[in-house]
Ligand binder design. Structure first.
Ligand SMILES: *Cc1c(COP(=O)(O)O)cnc(C)c1O
Length: 404
């Protein structure tokens, strides 16, 4: 394996790639489990998990095997055919969820786009054309297509792109009264993340979710759970909704589903399916056999007692280590989230230093994310080892020593 500099460097980014992003100063070139290496051969412990995507770490041997195997069989057929991996994957998703039908796409935004279109289409066919209002929540995140970013709860992401889609209303997360004020017979759907991810790792409360279900039933609106970040084992259950015992009408998943290979899915009920006919929605790549084969293997591994119950154990270890760090540095006031979606809510005096903390952590060889403007986020591999947790926290400690 060649780890030395190749002929491209981080500086080339600024000359070649549109600056929608400002990537970190180093380029990862190799990953194994929860460790990644940069062009210089420097090693990092990865608590970012590719932003909650590489749920089985990097280059999991079984996923590599399945990728190789399927790559020699068939990669792509388009949707003029169905294919074996997508049917097998659909079966597994249906058997382990509330759903009876699945639609495959390629990203979280696309799965949500399909969900929002379907919610409106269902209401138009089943009730009337005016029933098209979607209620979502401030600080929510549902993707970057124009529809999904408009449904999302941060206006700054949809400003200056021309006229926004209408019929979208935003309520206060975890405040049922604010939903009651907006909902009426023209509401077709309420959509929420069970844990607001980009918004700061804020879990929905159980009473709030129960009330939303009741309101949706009363007004014939569909309840949509965006589990793009929380689905497929992230919280210690296959789906986060299982913690709440509340079922949605539509659910979307993506990030963890392919373990690093792009794929997403929208799951729904027979009732919602009843309005669908061939041709009303589509995608070229969705349900691609290569992606589905890898997702199938990912679910096979994650949907086991061993991996799912391991999530809680790993969380306990992380919290244990973080509390030791906090005794020394008084860094955070709260740890929130669920399973291995961890939000470290910084004390006021550290909020200004959040990017410095991340940067110096990189220098010390440990990778974290942010969420909102005051939360350090971790979304590591669901099978991160105890050794990697301990070593990562040791490096975090060294980083904090340098800053404070
Ligand atoms: C990441 C994310 C999305 C968008 O997924 P993409 O694959 O980037 O399109 C949507 N919803 C939630 C909750 C997410 O965390």
């Amino acid at each position: 394996m060649i780890l030395k500099n190749t002929s491209v460097t981080r500086n080339n980014f600024d000359d070649l790639i549109l600056p929608f992003y400002k990537p970190s100063y180093f380029i990862p070139v190799k990953g194994q489990g929860s460790r990644i290496w940069d062009q210089e051969g420097k090693e990092y412990i990865d608590f970012s998990g590719g932003i909650a995507v590489t749920s089985l770490g990097h280059c999991h041997p079984i996923l590599n095997k399945v990728l190789n195997y399927q790559s020699k069989k068939i990669w792509h057929t388009s949707n003029i055919f169905t294919n074996e991996p997508s049917l097998r994957l659909a079966k597994k998703l249906i058997l382990s969820s509330f759903a009876s039908y699945v639609f495959f796409a390629n990203s979280g935004a696309e799965a949500n786009e399909a969900a929002f279109k379907l919610a409106r289409y269902y209401a138009a066919k089943k009730y009337h054309l005016k029933k098209n209002n979607i209620i979502s929540f401030y600080n929510s995140f549902h993707g970057r297509t124009f529809f999904t970013v408009s449904v999302g709860g941060q206006a700054k992401y949809s400003d200056c792109f021309g006229p926004k889609p209408s019929g979208i209303q935003h309520a206060e997360f975890n405040k049922i009264e604010s939903v009651r004020k907006l909902i009426n017979k023209n509401t077709c759907a309420i959509v929420l993340e069970l844990i607001q991810g980009e918004g700061g790792i804020i879990p929905a409360s159980k009473p709030f979710l129960e009330e939303l279900r009741i309101l949706c039933n009363k007004y014939n609106a569909l309840l949509i759970f965006d589990e793009v970040q929380t689905g497929i084992g992230r919280t210690g259950k296959l789906f986060a909704y299982e913690h709440y015992s509340i079922k949605p009408d539509i659910l979307t998943i993506a990030k963890s589903l392919g373990g690093g290979f792009p794929i997403s899915a929208m799951l729904t009920t027979s009732e919602v399916k009843s309005v669908i006919k061939p041709g009303i929605h589509g995608t070229t790549y969705g349900g691609n056999p290569l992606a589905c084969a890898i997702a199938e293997a990912t679910i096979d591994i994650i949907n086991t007692k061993e991996v799912l119950s391991g999530v809680q154990k790993k969380l306990s270890k992380i919290i244990f280590e973080l509390n030791i760090i906090n005794e020394r540095f008084k860094l955070f006031k709260e740890i929130r989230g669920m399973g291995l979606l961890v939000g470290i809510v910084l004390e006021q005096k550290f909020i200004k230093k959040i990017y410095e903390i991340l940067y110096v952590s990189f220098l010390e060889g440990v990778i974290f994310l942010t969420a909102g403007n005051n939360v350090i986020r971790m979304a590591p591999s669901l099978i991160i080892t105890e050794i990697d947790i301990i070593e990562g926290m040791k490096r975090f400690c060294c980083a904090l020593e340098k800053i404070l």
